[in-house]
Design a binder for this molecule. Structure first.
Ligand code: NIG
Ligand code: FE
Length: 410
């Protein structure tokens, strides 16, 4: 397939690596471009004056008519499998309760866990499938999905089996993360070791045997899992080949960032609450810091200190944290816009963080996240826009014309 008349072909790179610090502001583009796709793969590109003439029949040519082409979004942190929305808690928060107040009253994650344990597997699959369908139309081409609303052996395995089935059936690139350590179930409130033992002895061996997860995650946070508990659980996962991706520094200075860095985590995620020690630890590591601005927005928290992190030289990715409690939106277009508006990320930085670095935060950097010959053709074709900065600027408009996932238009 030859795509012609692309106003701007965005994030075009010969080879790629994770971007850190000032590299994030460099977003290589080709103006007035063509793009060639063979099967599911990017096979060529260049400027329209050099377009290969006569080689492509009209059925194999698509006129972008002045739209721009970006790599599809790579959303490296979501909880897309859940049984029910929680808009009643949204109203409690409007009335003045905090996230912690709601969690302490058995709401929050425990509320989702009760509903998930009651839900049949095929219902969970169908709901998640519909969510992925919506997200792909919003330009998401790759997504990480966590368990963590089971909190029982059966519930966690059920969630991970749903994610495995989504992987097998969806065109999207999907990674699965085991988040058994999302919170302590009620019956283990005063027996933390009992639940940790269940994670390590009852859940992890089955997950490893059935290859149900790529990563292990822990909610390292005051009132949830301590830094010591986080390290213990991650190490048990690592012994089964699961690399850590950690919920860190969301509500407090949890030490989650430092623990993640020490373990060689792929990413530490959230980072609303950072101090200099946490920033420096991240900057001097190969761990990616994944910022989740829509979660900060929805919980009315201060946004992540993106500028301080970038200036310190950190590798930053952006993700949606799509979940019913703290970010009931998986819209990566909104994530990118919010990052520019509220965290003062440049449009170039935000697009790199939501594409290439997001791909690396799922270890998909060699196949997705940029327009690179040999990578998968998962793309967003925009409506005609005057410049790239217009995309996050016009934050309320749907600027997507078409989405292509692995060579197929949706
Ligand atoms: O990433 N912070 C922990 N977990 C989720 C929220 C989970 C929930 O409230 O259901 C998050 O924000
Ligand atoms: Fe999360």
């Amino acid at each position: 397939l030859l795509i012609t008349n692309i106003r701007q072909l965005v994030n075009v790179r010969e080879q790629t690596a994770v971007l850190r610090g000032s590299q994030l502001a460099q977003l290589p583009c080709i103006d007035n471009a063509y793009l060639i796709i063979e099967d599911d793969t990017v096979a060529g590109h260049g400027r329209m004056e050099d377009v290969p003439k006569g080689k492509f029949s009209s059925t194999h040519t698509f006129d972008a008519a002045g739209g721009s082409v970006l790599p599809a979004w790579c959303d490296s942190h979501t909880h897309t499998v859940f049984a029910a929305s929680r808009e009643e808690e949204f109203v409690y928060k409007i009335r003045g309760m905090s996230y912690a107040d709601i969690a302490a009253k058995g709401g929050g994650i425990l509320n989702s866990a009760r509903k998930l344990n009651d839900a049949p597997e095929d219902l969970l699959f169908n709901q998640a499938w519909a969510r992925l369908d919506e997200l792909s139309k919003l330009g998401t081409g790759a997504i990480e999905i966590k368990s963590g609303y089971g909190l029982t052996v059966e519930g966690e395995l059920k969630m991970l089996r749903v994610i495995k089935k989504l992987k097998e059936r969806s065109g999207l690139s999907i990674k699965a993360t085991f988040l058994g350590a999302h919170t302590y179930p009620q019956e283990y409130k005063s027996n933390h070791q009992g639940y940790i033992d269940s994670i390590i002895k009852d859940m992890l061996p089955v997950i490893a045997r059935e290859k149900l997860a790529d990563y292990i995650d822990v909610f390292c946070e005051e009132g949830f899992f301590s830094p010591e508990e986080t390290a213990l659980i991650c190490k048990a996962g690592m012994a089964h080949g699961l690399k850590p991706k950690i919920h860190a520094n969301q509500l407090h200075l949890s030490q989650g960032t430092q623990v993640g860095v020490k373990l060689g985590a792929i990413s530490v995620d959230h980072l609303e609450t950072m101090d200099e020690d946490a920033i420096q630890a991240l900057a001097h590591s190969n761990t990616i810091g994944t910022l989740l601005p829509t979660a900060a927005f929805f919980l009315r928290m201060p946004f992540q200190p993106a500028r301080a992190l970038i200036d310190a030289g950190c590798a930053i990715a952006l993700a949606s944290d799509f979940n019913p409690g703290s970010s009931p939106s998986g819209n990566m277009n909104l994530v990118v816009a919010m990052s520019c508006i509220q965290m003062k990320m440049l449009p170039e930085e935000a697009i790199n963080a939501a594409t290439l670095n997001g791909a690396y935060a799922m270890e998909l950097g060699q196949e997705l996240g940029s327009i690179t010959i040999g990578k998968k053709a998962s793309l967003i074709l925009t409506k005609p826009i005057p410049s790239l900065a217009y995309y996050p600027y016009a934050f309320g408009s749907n600027l997507i014309d078409k989405v292509m996932i692995k060579g197929e238009w949706l």
